[in-house]
Design a protein around this ligand. Structure first.
Ligand SMILES: Nc1nc2c(c(=O)[nH]1)N[C@H]1C(S)=C(S)[C@@H](COP(=O)(O)O)O[C@H]1N2
Ligand SMILES: [Mo]
Length: 359
């Protein structure tokens, strides 16, 4: 009985093509993994993170989302290039061969999961609640591990593929792939770089919202009720001090131009005005540089509180902000007051603050 012969005719099914795309995929995944680790680490206080440069986190998180999106066309082109291997027979040649095949299965699944959950998170606010960060973080390790195995196994093929030049139709396939990836980058980069916004259809959220700044969680969604007798409480070893909003507004004010850089990739820079946290600490006899727990009026919710580490409480531009772009904060931006600190993930810029506790 004669076996049916499957022919794969595209010149893109070639190690010269797949190894070149593979290099760029490795770069995109590498950037995405490292910047993701940075973001996760800051949110879990794993390491010392400075308050300057002001836009550093804005940049690393922008790179995280942009490199993840850039990988999608590369991934599709890579799959197209190598998929005929799925039809190679025998399915399993040896134990190492079986392990290698298995690692590709794990790799594909993990990378698919990361890109899909990442893109959904950029597009749809908190679709997964707490589950998203945990799962996205855990699967990232699976992806990186299987990529390392894959690269190690394929190194001889990659070297051979790169050593051989690409001709006409293969070069066109590669150029189309780079172009598609470039378009994906442009479509997303406006979330990080404001002047690219007009050509960035995926970054429309950045300036849509009250006072020209996007809102992830509105005051209504967070169930915020500001009591008539609201006071900011500052808890220090010396005791508790309370300030009305008028008293806060009567203290010396600082204005700082700082970004909100959301983990989801959108960002918006504004002029914030308020009282430096360092000044409030001095008023209760605490030296700036102490860690401060920030509590909000939000009754429940994953982002209702945060902790400002030492480098941030010492920074004169870390504000208990009362105003944005010259206006009182809208309820959705955290009225009566919010934290805005340089070089921090947006998720830690706590709104509707009720209490600062010196640790
Ligand atoms: N209390 C509280 N503060 C919060 C949040 C929240 O859900 N509750 N969301 C955070 C997130 S994820 C971001 S990106 C910023 C957004 O601030 P904005 O809505 O003023 O743009 O607020 C942060 N502060
Ligand atoms: Mo956010």
């Amino acid at each position: 009985m004669s076996k049916p012969v499957i022919r794969f005719q595209s010149p893109a099914h070639d190690e010269r093509v797949s190894s070149r795309i593979g290099i760029w995929l490795a770069v995109a995944f590498g950037v995405c993994f490292v910047t993701g680790l940075i973001s996760h680490g800051i949110q879990h206080s794993w390491f010392w993170w400075p308050s300057r440069p002001v836009h550093l986190y804005h940049l690393t998180q922008g790179l995280h989302v942009t490199s993840g999106v850039a990988a999608i066309p590369l991934l599709l082109a890579k799959l197209w290039s190598v998929y005929p291997k799925l039809f190679e027979r025998p399915l399993v040649r040896s134990v190492p061969h079986a392990l290698e095949r298995g690692s590709i299965l794990v790799l594909s699944g993990a990378v698919f999961f990361e890109t899909v959950t990442g893109v959904f998170n950029v597009a749809q606010n908190y679709l997964w609640g707490f589950y998203f960060p945990t799962a996205h973080y855990a699967v990232a390790w699976v992806a990186v591990g299987s990529i390392l195995v894959h690269v190690a196994v394929k190194l001889p093929v990659v070297r051979r593929g790169l050593a051989r030049p690409v001709d006409g139709s293969r070069r066109r396939f590669l150029r189309t792939t780079w172009l598609a990836s470039g378009v994906a980058v442009l479509a997303t980069a406006g979330g990080t770089v404001a002047f690219l916004r007009p050509v960035s259809p995926l970054s429309t959220r950045s300036d849509r919202g009250p006072q020209g700044v996007a809102v992830n969680r509105t005051a209504r969604a967070a169930g915020i009720v500001v009591p008539e007798d609201w006071r900011l409480e500052v808890w220090a070893p010396s005791g508790i001090r309370r300030f009305t909003r008028a008293e806060l507004a009567a203290l010396p004010q600082t204005t700082a131009r700082l970004p909100i850089a959301c983990v989801e990739g959108w960002s918006a820079t504004a002029d914030w005005t308020g009282v430096p946290v360092a000044d409030l600490l001095r008023l209760v006899g605490v030296a700036p540089g102490a860690a401060v727990r920030v509590e909000s009026l939000e009754p429940t919710g994953l982002y209702r509180a945060s902790t400002l580490p030492g480098p941030h409480t010492a920074d004169p531009d870390t504000l208990l902000a009362l105003r944005i772009n010259g206006e009182d904060l809208a309820p959705d931006h955290g009225y009566p007051c919010r934290i805005i600190a340089p070089n921090r993930p947006g998720v830690l810029q706590t709104k509707w603050v009720s209490r600062l506790e010196v640790r």
